[in-house]
Ligand binder design. Structure first.
Ligand code: SAH
Length: 221
């Protein structure tokens, strides 16, 4: 088990201040990000820089999103305790842990086998067992019908379009947060599914994500 020292905690407190200055106001998001040690989700060589507000490489050419991106997407989701949330793009497991720390029930899908395999050593397995946070090897474009409908859906890779299966698996009244590809950037979109099935779409600022790719990848890269 990695250590969470006073120094790490101090760095997290500074990061939370920075997120507040950047406009993050949801106290449950800020509390989860203060409580969850981000450096546990990175290779040990990033230990001292884990609390810089930026993305870092993880395995399989993927990235852990920047703290600001995680905070922004989590805030847009308006997470409530017991919300059932589908995440597309498990990656480092950091975003899914933040949602679990906000008392949501989380199902997270990853298409890279190398990254999915790491979920078997998940360090918070006791605190968040599969009944609270479940990892699945699969293709996010098809979602996870078996566990649907979801109160919320969060996509943490840049999507080329809004996957219809995900809209189907969202509850009426549910919220989807999805970065949609636009040139080299991704526009953060929040979709609210109305009771009659129609969608209300709001758009926010640009972010940069790794692409959402179809199918599963079992290569050991
Ligand atoms: N939420 C992650 C962010 C990881 S980056 C974190 O907190 O670290 C985005 C992830 O989405 C990558 O791991 C990538 O492999 C994954 N991804 C891309 N397309 C996908 C798809 N169709 N289905 C599931 N995961 C996908």
């Amino acid at each position: 088990m990695r250590e969470d020292t006073y120094r790490h905690k101090g760095l997290r407190e500074n990061l939370i201040q920075e997120l507040r200055q950047q406009g993050i106001t949801d106290e449950s998001v800020l509390k989860a990000m203060l409580d969850v040690p981000r450096h546990f989700f990175l290779d040990p060589e990033f230990d001292t820089i884990a609390y810089e507000n930026r993305a870092f490489p993880i395995a399989a050419d993927q990235t852990i999103s920047s703290p600001y991106t995680v905070a922004f997407q989590s805030q847009l989701l308006q997470v409530k305790p017991y919300d059932k949330i589908l995440e597309i793009g498990t990656g480092s497991m950091y975003q899914s842990t933040i949602l679990a720390a906000m008392d949501a029930v989380v199902i997270s899908i990853e298409r890279q086998k190398v990254l999915y395999d790491k979920t078997s050593n998940y360090m918070f397995k006791t605190k968040y067992p599969p009944s609270k946070l479940k990892f699945i090897f699969g293709d996010g474009f098809t979602g996870q019908a078996a566990f649907s409908p979801f109160d919320k859906i969060i996509i943490t890779c840049g999507a080329p379009f809004i996957p219809p299966a995900l809209v189907d698996q969202l509850k009426p009244g549910g919220i989807m947060v999805i970065p949609l590809a636009e040139d080299e950037h991704h526009k953060m979109i929040r979709i609210i599914k109305q009771e009659d099935g129609t969608l209300i779409q709001e758009s926010f600022t640009d972010f940069s994500f790794v692409p959402m790719l179809p199918g599963r990848n079992t290569e050991n890269n």
